[in-house]
Ligand binder design. Structure first.
Ligand SMILES: Cc1cc2nc3c(=O)[nH]c(=O)nc-3n(C[C@H](O)[C@H](O)[C@H](O)COP(=O)(O)OP(=O)(O)OC[C@H]3O[C@@H](n4cnc5c(N)ncnc54)[C@H](O)[C@@H]3O)c2cc1C
Length: 396
């Protein structure tokens, strides 16, 4: 039996791990940290490298460690290790290189390997001893006193219902494991999706070997510096959100507050330049259907058509509750509260869904607001969960 079990090794799971180790002084041997990958942050690294991301959209105080200036101090001390300046702009947006190096170094210092268990959780059960039992796809089982669900949304990419991505057809979701290197794609490339991911994918293809790129944005390009207003990071908007008790209203607020499908000005300007140079064509029409003969034929809402050799879906992740298939039996057995949208209703003090069962990321968004899925949300969740726990001895 371990004290803590974290399910999910992404940004959220990593942030929880650092907080358990440093804020509560939990030993690495008392944490089981489960994820299908060989090491932490695999999905984050795959997604960011797929679109050739160079800088984060969030500021430098958002990272996986416990103290706000940890990353900035690390960057100062290790400046010689980076290929370029670790931060840029007024908000000190970190370079991806520096962000990842800081995250890796922080986890390494905390001996993550001792906690890591490679596997996929297929079942979670309450035990008669008021603990938890987790079953992995390997049939291996783990008992834990407390469990944290940090499963993200990446297991469910959003795919238009008229498409079935696969390698043979040249149609890919950009965040899938099958996604080939975008700059190496040749011929006509079409990107579906008008947010930051669509922009990054279109630019990567245009700067690479593509003969031509079409960005099917489905709408006007929208400029937003962050993916929700910074007022959501503090009481400015969170006060009213917390006061609202109706979870359906909260869901509406969340949907409106997120700038889904937007991009920072920098990408907008780069796209405009590529469009002006004739390397990218922008179609603001929605793609309504697609078929493939030799190449892809895309039907647009205005009746026009597009042709492409490669089809890249920059359509994000599904909005439905992640982990539903294996969490539903637990929801039924323990009578866990859910909102009409299917997401957990949790204790606002400590993000507990049940005694000893905590949530982060998308699963905590009805409590933490629109930043819940982001790095700032991971910090907020980890602090709140830890603040409700008695501190143990100092970390090893
Ligand atoms: C390209 C990109 C750039 C982004 N840039 C920023 C940014 O600059 N700033 C910012 O704040 N946010 C950013 N985000 C948003 C957000 O911070 C990231 O998506 C972040 O990686 C989410 O972390 P996560 O841990 O919730 O999810 P994930 O990275 O998806 O990690 C969840 C992990 O849980 C595992 N898991 C799921 N189910 C199970 C199971 N049953 N058993 C075991 N493991 C399981 C998954 O395999 C995965 O490894 C960005 C997102 C993307 C895609």
């Amino acid at each position: 039996m371990v004290e803590w079990l974290i399910i999910g090794g992404g940004i959220h799971g990593s942030t929880m791990f650092t907080h358990l180790r440093k804020m509560l002084g939990v030993k690495a041997s008392q944490i089981a940290w489960v994820d299908p990958a060989e090491e932490p942050l695999a999905v984050w690294k795959r997604c960011t490298s797929a679109v050739h991301m160079t800088d984060l959209r969030s500021p430098g105080v958002h990272h996986i460690d416990t103290t706000p200036f940890s990353f900035i101090h690390y960057a100062k001390e290790n400046r010689h290790l980076f290929e370029r300046a670790p931060f840029s702009g007024h908000y000190k947006h970190p370079s991806l290189e520096a962000f990842d190096m800081h995250a890796d170094a922080t986890l390494e210092d905390l001996n993550w390997r001792e906690s890591w268990v490679q596997g996929n959780v297929v079942k979670l059960q309450r035990t008669s001893e008021n603990g938890w039992f987790v079953l992995l796809n390997s049939k291996h089982g783990i008992h834990a006193r407390q469990v944290i669900l940090a499963i993200g949304a990446s297991e469910a990419p959003n795919i238009p219902n008229f498409l079935k991505p696969d390698r043979a057809s040249g149609c890919y979701h950009v965040f899938s494991q099958e996604m080939p290197s975008i700059p190496k794609l040749t011929g006509q490339v079409a990107v579906i999706g008008g947010g930051i991911t669509g922009a990054q994918a279109a630019l990567a293809a245009s700067q690479g070997s593509a003969a031509h790129v079409t960005l099917a944005s489905g709408k006007d390009l929208q400029i937003q510096r962050f993916d929700s207003d910074p007022g959501w990071l503090g009481p400015k908007y969170m006060k009213a959100f917390n006061k609202e008790k109706d979870t359906t209203v909260r869901r509406d607020i969340l949907t409106k507050a997120r700038h889904r499908g937007s991009m920072p000005r920098k990408f907008y300007q780069m796209l405009k330049q590529h469009i002006k140079d004739g390397r990218i064509t922008l179609s603001e029409q929605r793609v309504t259907n697609a078929s493939q003969t030799q190449s892809w034929q895309l039907e647009l809402a205005d009746g026009e058509a597009l042709e492409a050799d490669h089809l890249l879906l920059a359509t994000g992740f599904q909005q439905k509750m992640p982990g539903k298939s294996w969490l539903q039996p637990l929801i039924d057995d323990c009578d866990l509260s859910t909102a009409p949208c299917g997401y957990p209703i949790v204790d606002s003090e400590n993000l507990a869904w049940h005694q000893g069962l905590y949530v982060m990321g998308p699963l905590a968004e009805l409590e933490l607001g629109p930043v819940s899925r982001n790095i700032a949300g991971a910090q907020r969740a980890a602090r709140r969960i830890c603040a409700s726990q008695p501190a143990l001895v100092h970390a090893e």
